[in-house]
Design a protein around this ligand. Sequence first.
Ligand code: HEM
Length: 486
Amino acid sequence: MFEFIKLDPVTSARDALWPAAIVLTFVMIIIPGIYGIIYKIYFHPLSRYPGPKLAAVSNSFKDIYGFRQGHKPFIKGEFYAGGTFAARGVSSIISERDPTRHGEMRRLLAHAFSLTSLKEQEELIIGNIDRFIELVKAKTCKQGEIFDIAKGYERMAFDIIGDLAFGQNFGALETDETHPWIATLLGALTKGALIDTFKRFPTVAQIIGVLAKKQLTKLYEDTSKNEQMAIDLVSKRIQNESNRKDFMTRILEHRSQDRHQATDLQLAAHSWDFVAAGSETTSTVLACSTFYILNNPDIMNKLKAEVRGVFSDSSAINDASTKNLPYLNAVCLESMRIYPPLPFSLPRIVPEGGDTVDGYFLPAGIVVATSPMAAGLGAQNFKDPLIFKPERWLDLNLSPEERDNLEASQPFSLGARGCLGKSLGWMEMRTTLAKIILTFDMELADKEVDWLRDSRVFAAPFSLSEHTYSVFYMPDMPENGSGRIG
Ligand code: HEM
């Protein structure tokens, strides 16, 4: 007897492919994966080193990133290669891995970040901060109005850095939508994260490359568009030959005398980096600080007492007048400890001949990094690490045993590749926070928000901050915005 079964050609072809797909997955992903795990745990040259502990100790910061007498520098890892502008054959201040070429770039750009330049740029920077304050007044002048101050900080920081890097601000403060430049920049940073992940998992990358071809193509196109916008803005700024007090004036002044003669394309790549490095970082600290002071009445009262005790007029608030306000500085430091604006580990390579990190000898070529989050939130370094306590930065009379290991928090990194915009970042943070505290009384709109629980930190490069959606409420602002309550 024969039994006739009606065959559906599509189903039967799919059924026939399943076993092959399973075998293929097993051969290409699972076997190499298991092999990799066993090798790393038992046979890798680093298998005898303590993983998490090594990641959490603070000395590794100085050993990996700082200057050490008689030691070769640990150069940036491959992670930095192939970033933005790489397809145009150009590296930039952040992506350049070669110490000599990086040194040449940094010497030229440092002119734009000197304290003298910062003083000249201050009017332009504070002009943007004051625009932000006016916006907050306008948005909160009616009682009961809720304003997303974290989004506001983000837009202000983008406008400041656009003004300095491109000679014009993005007008981000005036829009309720995310500015297209900002959106594509965030997309470009996502691309950087993906490229790094793909390098680590090439097989997975090939599969995703096929499955998400359309989305990836769009991401690459957006990045290219974003680069082109930076090129156009920089070229317009160069043609303007203006001597407005921004980064470009200083850079162009010194480029003409510099024997390395950076090209316009190179300057566009640097400017792109300035926006990427100098916007989300500063606004993250402001948003995080604001959350914690609103969540802790005692901290808020101390900060108010300090700021309102010194200033009665917002126009007196600037870099010099806020530099020595201890509590304000401590609030910013504590915010960067509990929530480092660059939260991911910055990879470096152990130099030729090998070197020690935190007392352990490591062979040449090994990629090492200190995790800012592990160091800042490690109980070995900070007592009650999850508690926001600005006082830990002020209690200098404590015995060494009682004192926190403050050096374990290095939000700006260290050494030759440490942050070039540190002084600018500090100016923005202190000035903005002092003006906000002087001008407004605020409270959290959503009392249930918990910063560390609810914010999103991406393990992949750059915290594309969902936490910026936290909402704050500024009650009782009089129509003219000049008074304050409470
Ligand atoms: C709170 C604010 C800021 C924090 C926490 C911060 C943090 C950092 C960190 C950790 C690095 C090292 C990155 C790496 O090794 O890959 C860095 C580098 C850099 N930052 Fe900042 N940054 C801040 C603000 C700024 C601002 C406002 C600018 C202005 C443009 C800026 C410009 C740069 C540049 C150009 C580099 C590369 C330096 C080099 O490789 O020579 N940063 N920053």
